[in-house]
Design a binder for this molecule. Structure first.
Ligand code: MIC
Ligand code: SF4
Length: 641
């Protein structure tokens, strides 16, 4: 039987297990990336593993999230990361150089390679035909140490593209359509693989917008084939030598297939406050808009900002809103400037910011109270913008610029003729600030610079033979990592300081949680479906664990969060019968007799006792995971290997 692109890349990197769907496999990782918000912890973990130099083909340390320096903390973190990159043999992309995913696509990604990144939008690299996955920092640290990355062999969801996008409809609308059809949990367990004649109609940066935003489906990754457009993109980046063709065999079989006629798509928009709350723009047209932000790893490539600039050439931005541009990379900035498009943006009234995540992760750019903010970003979880009752809509650059002009949500097709333009044959590389790795000798001599905000990594104990605790919190479906461990300007600077950051755990859900966990822990958190969706931040496992959360019992988990729980020794249980969710109340005492014995024996069915009730629960983890849980976490386990 023929193979999909996904299977070809997995087969070429397989080091443990067999390519059998649903089983755990170990694969070799060629490239890694980290960003500062998850990177500080990942490098503290890498140090704890004790390997003097990264073992991958290429690893890059980016600084893109915490760019606001309102005190010493972020600046200290940036210097720590630069010194770490120098010491351990990584490339370093400094603050202002751009968002990890955009820069990686431009300067480092290669078809056929595997990329593991400590950020959930790492699948952006799938636009180049690489298998690019998000993971917790500790998994990335292990990959940097040359260890395999373990994952459940994914199923492959084939998305057949036909036709050609109409004017004013763009790549972003493709994934909004997939989200509309499948929801934020529709991709769990799958790699979304694109094929069909419509693929040739999309450039690499369009494809990358799609694979990036595919993270919102809960998918393991998303991937496009590597074809003539891939070669053209690599050539425009001066990197054509890295091109290899990679397409699915004609008789490849997908586990599921859906078809999208690109020509039938219209401009779409995700309404507050979930990326899958998608409707056609015309259904919400006319609502007044207070803020329009174009940027983020999803939609701030040169094409995205050029379409905005070209549309504004003969138009002005409404005075009733704030219109802001967050370029994806220094490369994008340099090319926009050289082409004269920057002048158009500035003259039209845009507020142009440095390249980075900024408002997407609540580092500035909070919208006004109760007002509508239109963003080309991938996420609109409640409160993520920094404003409590925010009204964030997600849309394409075309829809964003239309609103910027009219001051209200507008179907961009009403603007008239589409600004057709050609992309440069050769980009200005914009990479002069990226530091290449030092030699092993020079690296060994580097001293790591540690500011006072870098706290030591906490140690965790192995679980007791018979576990008992209290239900410390009960939450609903679709809890995001933003609910568990918020981001934003107050909290992000504490990412390298577990005791300090743990003060914010579940703040958005229950302000008394931290106090209660301290007084009454150890304990358990009960949750609904798709628990832990969203980001890869391991702090959403690490900080609750630090507060005494030792077990989580939910209807279903999001992939990266479940892996992070195991890495920090939290037992990830699911209800055997989801209806039993209703049986447990916050504050109840619960027990799991014989926990360790059952962990060691490979038991999948366990019993949780609450008073006289016996609740059947499931523990679906690999034998390796069981050893990790018995050791109290991955670092404990690895130190015994
Ligand atoms: C996000 O978009 O939520 C983030 C911030 O990029 C996270 C990583 C983090 O929390 O540092 C992600 O998507 O993994
Ligand atoms: Fe940065 Fe936003 Fe992308 Fe996360 S989703 S990497 S915060 S731009």
């Amino acid at each position: 039987m023929g193979q999909t692109v996904t299977e070809k890349i997995l087969a070429a990197h397989l080091v443990e297990g067999e390519l059998v769907k649903g089983q755990e496999i170990g694969i070799r990782i060629d490239q890694t990336l980290t960003q500062d918000a998850t990177g500080t912890m990942a490098y503290l973990e890498f140090e704890a593993i004790g390997i003097p130099r990264v073992q991958t083909e290429l690893s890059v340390c980016y600084v893109d999230h915490n760019l606001i320096q309102s005190d010493f903390r972020n600046a200290d973190d940036h210097r720590f990361l630069q010194s770490v990159a120098r010491k351990f043999g990584l490339y370093f992309s400094p603050p202002g150089n751009g968002i990890s995913h955009q820069v990686h696509l431009e300067r480092f990604g290669l078809p056929g390679k595997t990329l593991l990144g400590s950020d959930s939008h790492t699948p952006t690299g799938g636009g180049l035909g690489m298998l690019a996955m998000g993971a917790g920092g500790l998994d990335v640290a292990m990959a940097m140490a040359g260890k395999p990355f373990y994952l459940v062999m994914p199923k492959v969801y084939g998305i057949k593209l036909t036709g050609k996008l109409s004017p004013w409809v763009s790549a972003r609308d493709v994934l909004l359509e997939v989200l509309r059809r499948l929801s934020v949990k529709g991709g769990v367990g799958y790699v979304m693989e694109y094929f069909g004649p419509g693929v040739a109609e999309l450039s690499v940066t369009d494809r990358a917008s799609i694979t990036n935003f595919g993270a919102e489906l809960g998918a393991t990754s998303s991937v496009f084939p590597s074809d003539a457009n891939t070669r053209e993109f690599l050539a425009s980046q001066g990197r054509e030598e890295g091109f290899v063709e990679l397409v699915a065999d004609p008789d490849a079989e997908y586990d599921e297939v859906m078809e999208i006629d690109l020509g039938a798509l219209e401009p779409l928009i995700a309404c507050p406050s979930s990326p899958d709350n998608v409707v056609p723009v015309r259904e919400v047209a006319g609502k007044p808009v207070a803020q329009v932000l174009v940027g983020s790893c999803s939609n701030s490539s040169l094409r995205d900002l050029m379409v905005v600039a070209k549309t504004l050439e003969t138009r002005e931005v409404s005075r009733d809103l704030s219109f802001e541009i967050n370029p994806g990379s220094r490369q994008v900035l340099e090319n926009l400037t050289a082409q004269g498009d920057m002048l158009t943006l500035v003259k039209a009234g845009a507020r142009v910011h440095q390249a980075g995540c900024l408002g997407c992760i609540g580092m500035g750019q909070a919208p006004p109270t109760g007002a509508i903010s239109l963003r080309t970003f991938p996420r609109n979880f409640p409160g993520r913008s920094g404003t409590k009752d925010d009204q964030v809509y997600l849309c394409s650059p075309e829809v964003a610029v239309a609103a910027a002009i009219t001051g209200k949500i507008t179907d961009p097709r009403e603007l008239g003729e589409y600004p057709h333009f050609a992309m440069p044959q050769k980009y200005l590389p914009g990479d002069s600030r990226i530091e290449p790795p030092l030699s092993a000798g020079d690296g060994a001599a580097v001293e790591i610079v540690r500011g006072p905000n870098i706290a030591p990594f906490p140690a965790f104990k192995a679980p007791p033979a018979d576990w008992q605790g209290e239900v410390l919190l009960k939450v609903e479906d679709n809890i995001t990592t933003d609910h568990i461990m918020p981001a934003g300007a107050r909290v992000l600077p504490l990412r390298s300081n577990v005791p300090a950051i743990s003060e914010f755990v579940y703040e958005a859900v229950d302000v008394d949680f931290v106090k209660r966990a301290r007084e009454r822990g150890p304990g358990l958190v009960v949750g609904g479906d798709n628990y832990g969706q969203g980001s890869s931040r391991e702090h959403a496992a690490l900080a609750p664990r630090y507060l005494g959360v030792e077990v989580k019992l939910v209807k279903s988990f999001a992939r990266i969060h479940k892996a992070n729980l195991i890495n920090f020794g939290i037992i990830p249980l699911t209800f055997a019968d989801p209806a039993d969710y209703d049986q447990l109340a916050q504050g109840e005492a619960v027990r799991i007799p014989g926990l360790c014995e059952q962990l060691a024996a490979g038991a999948e069915k366990l019993t949780l006792e609450a008073g006289s009730r016996q609740i059947p629960v499931r523990l679906e983890v690999s034998p390796r995971h069981r050893e990790i849980l018995l050791a109290g976490g991955l670092l404990n386990w690895a130190s015994r290997q």
